[in-house]
Design a protein around this ligand. Sequence first.
Ligand SMILES: Cc1cc2nc3c(=O)[nH]c(=O)nc-3n(C[C@H](O)[C@H](O)[C@H](O)COP(=O)(O)OP(=O)(O)OC[C@H]3O[C@@H](n4cnc5c(N)ncnc54)[C@H](O)[C@@H]3O)c2cc1C
Length: 430
Amino acid sequence: MKSELCNRCGSCVGLSEGKIIFENKEGKYLPKIIGDIDDTLAQRLWTACTGQDFNFPHYRKVFFGETKQFHTYTGPYENIYIGHTNDEEVRRKAASGGILSSILIYLLEKKLIDGAVVLRMSPTIPWLSEPHIATTKEEILEAAQSKYTISSVNEILPEVENFKGNLAYVGLPPQVQSIRKLQEINDPSVHAIKYIFGPFYGNTLYFSSIISFLKSYKIKDYRQIEKLYFRHGEWPGNMRIETKQGQVIELKKFHANYLIPFHVLRNSLYCTDFTNEFTDISGGDAWSPVYEERGKGFSMILSRSKKGQEIIGNMVKDGWLIADPLGEEEAIRMHSHGYDFKKRGSFIRIKFRKLMGKSIPDYGYSQSGFPIKRYIMEMIISGMFLILSTSLARWIVEQFSPSFIGKFFEKARTSWKNSTKKVKQQNLGQ
Ligand SMILES: Cc1cc2nc3c(=O)[nH]c(=O)nc-3n(C[C@H](O)[C@H](O)[C@H](O)COP(=O)(O)OP(=O)(O)OC[C@H]3O[C@@H](n4cnc5c(N)ncnc54)[C@H](O)[C@@H]3O)c2cc1C
C-alpha cells in the first residue's frame, strides 16, 4: 500500500468487510485501513494482492496448461484475430471493435451467464468509474468503452460472492491476476465467475489528468462534470466531457494522450502484462494504418483458453463476429511499441527501482539482455515521466490549449517512435 506497488485492483477493499476503504479517489486513490484486521483476514487479503507478486509461469500452468501456443510477449493463446462485432450499435458505442461487449451480450442471450462484472461511469458521481454487475444488454452497453483513469473493479467482490447465478468478469491485468489467485485457493468470493475477459493494458492515469484537462479549459471544479467519456464517437474516438452548464469539450483520443506522461499511475509502469495474459479472451485496438484509415473500430483478439476459443468459434458461426486469423509475428509487430514498453521497459524500470533499494514486484520471470541503447532510452523515458509529473510541469502544460498540446504531442510521439524504432524492434519477440 505504501510502496507504489499497489495497483488499486480493489481486492483488499472488497474482501475487507469494510475495514479497508479507498481514500481520495480523486487524488492518490490508495487503500486505507480503518478497522481491526485479524490474521485470517490478513492472510486472505495478502493472497489476493498482486502488487507484491504474481507468478506468471505458475499461473500459466494452473490455468492454461493445455493451451496450444505461447509467447512471452503475448502469453498463452489458442488463436489471434483481427475483427469486430457485427452489431453496429455495439461497435459504435464500444472502444474498439466492440468485441468485449459483444461477447458479454452473446453469453447473456445464450443463457451461459446471468450477469457480467463491468466498469461503468458512476450514475451518482459521474467523474468516477464504478464496478457493476450488468444483467441486460443495455447495462453492458452503458459500461462499454475504455476508462483511462484508475479503476478498482474488485471492490465488487462481496456482490459477486452473493450473486445467484453465473458471471462473466471484465478487468485489467492486475485485477484479473487477483481473481486468478483467488480462484486457485477456491475462495468463495470468485465462485460465480465462469469467464474472464479483459482489455490490453498500456497504462492508466490518476484523476489529476481530468482536473488538469479541465483547468486547460478554465474549468476549475471537476464536480461540474455531468458526463465523461474517454473514447466517444467513431474509433479511435474522442475524450469528451459534458458539464452541468451544458459546455461540451472534446479532444481526439490521440491528442488526449498528451496527458499520459504528466499523470501516469506509477504502478502501471511496473506491470509487465500488456495483453491481459490470464483472461479467457482479451482484446486491444488493431493499431495499424490499414484499419485506422477505415475507422468504425477494429480489435485484436486473443482467444486463450479452450472455452474462450469455443466462444469465438460459436460467435463467428452464428454471425455475431468477424474474426480474421492473424500470425503471431504480425500481431507482435502491430503492437511493437506496447510490447517494448511493457516487456522490456517495465523490466528495466523494475531494475532501476531495485538499484534504488525500493521494493519490487515478483512476477516469477524476468526479461533481460536488451541492447545497451534500450537502457539509455529508458533513462530518458523515466526521467521524462519524473520531470513531467511535477506540479510545475503540469501547471505549465495547463497554460496551453489541449488541442495545440495534443497535436504537438502526437507529432513529437510519432517522431520519437520513428527515431527509436530500430532500438525498440532490435531482437523484439525473441
Ligand atoms: C486503462 C486501459 C489501457 C489500455 N491500453 C491499451 C493499449 O495500450 N493498447 C491497446 O491496443 N489497447 C489498450 N486498451 C484496450 C482498448 O482501449 C479497448 O478496451 C479494447 O480494444 C477492447 O475494445 P472493445 O471495443 O472490445 O471493448 P468494449 O466493448 O468497449 O468493452 C470494454 C470493456 O472493458 C471494461 N473496462 C473499460 N475500462 C476499464 C477499466 N479501466 N478497468 C476495468 N474494466 C474496464 C468495460 O466495462 C467493458 O466491459 C486499454 C484499455 C484500458 C481500459
